[in-house]
Write a protein that binds this ligand. Structure first.
Ligand code: GLY
Length: 426
């Protein structure tokens, strides 16, 4: 394999972690990132083209003679970037928009599960509030209300009582998420432990590609609103060999076979978010990209070069790469978020000390930052920084991450102090 030009699409912590790993590969001769972020700038060339600007990204891929385009975020999948790159005959890691419906429409995914026999919770799809509220009769609290489309991790409400469930229905159908909330899915609440498992597919063959556990609630003790994820760790004890095998055979492989049978062979990474219930794993959601912040801990633990895996998915060659090698170390990621996240994050505040050297086992990825001309770093999103660390044990990794956080001067930010608690308490 000869060194290649790679265009990475996206601008969050997930993409910073991917860029960090791709830049370290001897197979990368040129790394271009669009639109990227200030933290990624030191790893290659950052170009200001949005992740949803499909013609702009195809033109950029041509201009930089990209041998491979890696799609980070789901919005680029939904916009049809892989379809356009196929047309331009440029290799792409990331599924076409039809396969992307596994994330871009929760209603599609529920019906897909029915069609192909994948285990998931019971559900009702509704397009108007009266029907949606009536459907609550079929479920017991807590009620799970989801906007059908992409809502940046904010479209899911777990309502403890009927009044809160009805308010969430009014909110979604009333336009809070725009077209993404034109329908809602009301789901059975699944009891168990949540997990994130990743599988790669080249259109035909698939392999597992790591697992992690996320903390979705904003505050310590699993309190507060649902978020895109406030912290992750890997490995996660919930993933016993038996559970991994069940997720592979009952969810990941049937999904790849099902979407191929429907005419959209899957190329890229599938993120299976599952609940480990007493009856085995049940699908919570599919996502058609790496998890954020799951990707960050996977990249810290991945000892193999990532580039051959990305290329193999894009070119139908997964049978030619060896199984990935994972470090025995544990990795943790703690998200630093702007005050007010997820509802109304306050942006613009100054962050000091994020780019200092925290030692060999700590990496800080940027997720939502901007930089003034004089180098001043500012919060520019909800989730702003990802402080990640590796250690021989999860406790060691956690201590290193929280020691680094203590050195970052950002009074307007907040973070959870209990990332990894499930694993650390067993
Ligand atoms: N951390 C969950 C997600 O990426 O959707």
């Amino acid at each position: 394999m000869s060194p290649m030009n790679i265009l990475l699409v996206g601008s969050g912590g997930r993409e910073h972690a991917l860029a960090w790993k791709i830049a370290a590969s001897p197979l990368t001769s040129r790394l271009v990132m669009a639109p990227g972020n200030p933290g990624m700038a030191g790893l290659g060339e950052v170009r200001n083209v949005k992740a949803t600007d499909v013609p702009g990204l195809v033109a950029l891929a041509r201009e930089v003679e990209a041998d491979l385009v890696v799609i980070g975020p789901e919005v680029a999948v939904e916009a049809g970037l892989a379809d356009a790159l196929d047309e331009a005959e440029i290799s792409c890691f990331g599924p076409v928009a039809q396969a992307g419906q596994l994330e871009s429409s929760k209603a599609f995914t529920k019906a897909f599960c029915d069609r192909h026999g994948l285990p998931t919770g019971g559900y009702v799809i509704a397009e108007e509030a009266v029907a949606a509220k009536a459907a609550l009769d079929r479920f017991a609290p807590p009620y799970v209300i989801k906007a059908d489309g992409l809502a940046a991790g904010k479209g899911v409400v777990i309502a403890q009582d009927r009044a809160a469930a009805e308010a969430a229905i009014d909110d979604a159908l009333g336009g809070r998420f725009g077209a993404a909330g034109a329908r809602v899915v009301i789901e059975e609440y699944l009891e168990g432990e949540i997990g994130s498992l990743f599988a790669l597919c080249d259109g035909e063959r698939s392999i597992l590609f790591g697992a992690a556990q996320d903390h979705k609630r904003a505050y310590d003790g699993e309190q507060g609103p649902n978020t895109g994820g406030m912290g992750t760790y890997s490995p996660a004890p919930v993933f016993t060999p038996q559970l991994i095998d069940q997720v592979r055979t009952r969810l990941a492989e049937p999904a790849f076979a099902g979407i191929a049978a429907e005419g959209a062979p899957y190329r890229g990474v599938l993120f299976v978010e599952l609940m480990a219930t007493k009856d085995g794993p049940k699908l919570v959601e599919f996502n058609v990209r790496f998890g954020d912040p799951e990707c960050q801990v996977l990249m810290l633990r991945l000892e193999s070069d990532i580039v051959p895996y990305l290329l193999a998915c894009a070119t139908g060659m997964l049978d030619e790469v060896p199984p990935p090698v994972w470090s025995r170390d544990a990795a943790i990621c703690v998200v630093l978020a702007a005050r007010g996240y997820p509802e109304a994050p306050e942006t613009g505040s100054i962050i000091r000390g994020a780019d200092q050297d925290f030692g060999p086992d700590v990496v800080v990825f940027h997720a939502g930052t901007s930089q003034d001309e004089d180098g001043t770093l500012r919060a520019a999103g909800g989730r702003v920084l990802n402080v990640c660390a590796r250690g021989a044990t999860l406790a060691e990794a956690r201590d290193k991450a929280y020691a680094a956080i203590a050195k970052i001067d950002w009074p307007e930010g907040f973070h959870r102090t209990d990332i990894g608690w499930r694993a650390l308490s067993t």
